[in-house]
Design a binder for this molecule. Structure first.
Ligand code: ATP
Ligand code: MN
Length: 533
């Protein structure tokens, strides 16, 4: 009896121990699975304007262009309210934010900026390097030889501007972490200037600079002191273009994760030895003069501000300028110019249609190319970029013809941005307010940058400090930098209001109490990732 009960008790305790062990193992397994799932499912938000975008899934996205949050993120919060995985991420390969470390590096190391790149197809590249087969074929067909450029040599021997051209894809101008970016900006900010001519097109003075090895850059000069705020009585179309706006816009676009502005860098040029003495443009040369205080000035020929009353002056010789890397020549890579649906009237009295009609977006959404693909959310990205930097001058945008409508939008001409820091211009956000659409990855990145560890003003300050002109004076004043944070909060507020305003677009899933939101368009990448999850 005793033995049996002892035996029974020991069997029971063995069973108990085994049950405990099995429970512990299950808990361990569950923790492991959760951490693996989190790593796999947290960072799936990509900008579809990058090679991360899976071109094959664009059609999938087109068919169902709104997100349908199905409760994968298991809590009662809407997607909106959920925190992006932030500075506390400790999953493999992720760094914790070091309070004294580089916020810019921390931002670019974040999962939202490091998404897996789907394989690029041959037609996803804007240009392609000739290979020996092409050359043979050309010789057989009697095709023209490339002048003095050997396109078949190894990529490392190409000049940086050429490698930049070769890296342009259907979804982005460059890859954010590519060391080439530094090389191309270093090249145009240091190479000898061989020739200068005025660049046609547009309304204000711009110069086309040539460098050794066929490199070219678009120059916009400094016209007023960097800190001067635009006069409140000036209309947006009467404002000067600013060289520091062009530089800052490039940095902001990259920080937002878009990669839709060609690399722009600052440079101090000598107006005599690097412009006057080397130019072959007689019309430009004729406009040089010495100002009453002995500074060398010029004004060129253009529609606005090209007169003795609006000269560009060295001090007495040095002039701050912005240099934008030139895109491939139009004969090699033609571009299409699109009028922005939210273009302003460029009139002192007239209002544009979108300013009078709150339902303006409904029409846009049904109009090609905004009725499918990513073009509408790309417009929203552009509105966010422009609102943050106070740019009211976005009348057109361009795309590369080769890619048709399945491609990103180029954000060229940002010279009228960063004019005022003390005032925000809510009308720039009209597209967002009227459409209530945003790319999911953009939203998550914006929210990330509203957090102290990745604060937009801090990452912008750090990024701009790397420009050669920053040693003279910061490219953006502290007032402009803090305006960025203020405006970012406003963007997030607008999106939040979208949810409140359009509550009919939300349904309640009664079984789970998860809100099913139709607010945000998903990236194709999100869909791919979600399947995996
Ligand atoms: N990096 C670049 N590479 C090649 N072409 C460019 C580049 N930047 C601008 N351009 C071309 O030059 C044209 C004029 O440039 P930009 O728009 O900056 O001048 P603008 O005087 O401000 O024009 P507008 O008065 O029409 O606003 C653009 O429309 C674009 O086609
Ligand atoms: Mn312009």
């Amino acid at each position: 009896m005793l033995r049996r009960s002892v035996g029974g008790r020991s069997t029971r305790s063995i069973c108990l121990v085994l049950a405990c062990l099995s429970l512990a193992l299950h808990i361990l397994l569950a923790i492991f699975c959760l951490s693996v799932l989190q790593t796999a499912c947290v960072p799936p938000h990509s900008s579809s304007s990058s090679p991360l975008h899976d071109p094959g899934s664009t059609s999938r996205q087109t068919k169902s262009s709104v997100i349908i949050s199905n409760g994968i993120f298991a809590n009662n919060a809407t997607e909106w309210e959920k925190e992006p995985t932030g500075d506390k991420i400790s999953t493999k390969g992720m760094r914790e934010v070091d309070p004294g470390g580089s916020k810019l590096e921390a931002l670019f190391s974040h999962p939202l900026y490091n998404l897996q790149r789907p394989e690029m197809q041959e037609d996803d590249w804007l240009l392609r390097v000739k290979n020996s087969e092409d050359e043979e074929e050309e010789r057989d067909t009697g095709g023209e030889e490339e002048e003095d450029t050997n396109w078949t040599v190894a990529a490392e021997t190409h000049p940086p501007w050429l490698r930049f051209h070769l890296g342009i894809s259907r979804w982005e101008l460059y890859h954010r972490t590519d060391p080439l970016l530094d090389q191309v900006t270093h090249y145009i900010s240091t190479q000898r200037i061989l020739n200068v001519v005025q660049k046609r097109g547009g309304t204000q003075l711009k110069l086309l600079m040539s460098f050794p090895n066929h490199g070219e850059a678009l120059l916009k000069p400094m016209r007023q002191t960097r800190d001067a705020e635009t006069d409140v009585n000036l209309f947006y179309f009467s404002d000067f273009e600013r060289h520091n706006a062009e530089i800052s816009a490039f940095h902001l676009d990259r920080i937002l994760g878009f990669q839709r502005i060609p690399p722009v860098v600052g440079r101090l040029v000598d107006v005599v030895s690097e412009i006057k003495d080397v130019t072959t443009d007689k019309k430009l040369l004729r406009t040089f003069f010495t100002s009453p205080v002995g500074n060398t000035c010029f004004y060129g020929q253009c529609e606005y501000y090209c007169s003795t009353e609006n000269p560009v002056c060295g001090g007495p010789l040095a002039l701050e300028v912005s240099l934008a890397t030139m895109l491939p020549d139009l004969t090699l890579a033609p571009r299409r110019s699109w009028r922005s649906p939210w273009r302003r009237s460029y009139s002192r009295t007239k209002l544009a249609q979108w300013e009078k009609d709150p339902a303006f977006c409904d029409g846009v959404k049904q109009t090609p190319p905004y009725d499918e693909g990513t073009r509408l959310v790309d417009l929203m990205d552009m509105a966010v970029l422009d609102f943050l930097m106070g740019n009211m001058d976005r009348h057109h945008y361009e795309t590369f013809e080769k890619f048709g409508n399945k491609t990103f939008m180029l954000h060229l001409d940002n010279g009228r941005a960063f004019g005022r820091h003390s005032r925000d211009e809510p009308s720039i956000l009209a597209p967002l307010r009227q459409c209530c659409r945003i790319r999911r990855s953009t939203l998550l990145r914006l929210r990330l940058m509203s957090r102290p560890g990745f604060r937009l003003s801090d990452v912008m300050r750090e990024s701009l400090d790397r420009d050669p002109l920053a040693v003279i004076q910061p490219l953006l004043s502290e007032a402009h930098l803090s305006a960025l944070d203020r405006r970012l909060a406003m963007v997030l507020q607008v999106l939040h209001t979208c949810q409140d305003l359009h509550d009919d677009r939300f349904q309640w899933d009664s079984s789970t109490h998860f809100r099913v939101g139709l607010l945000m368009i998903r990236d194709s990448n999100d869909i791919t990732q979600r399947k995996r999850c």
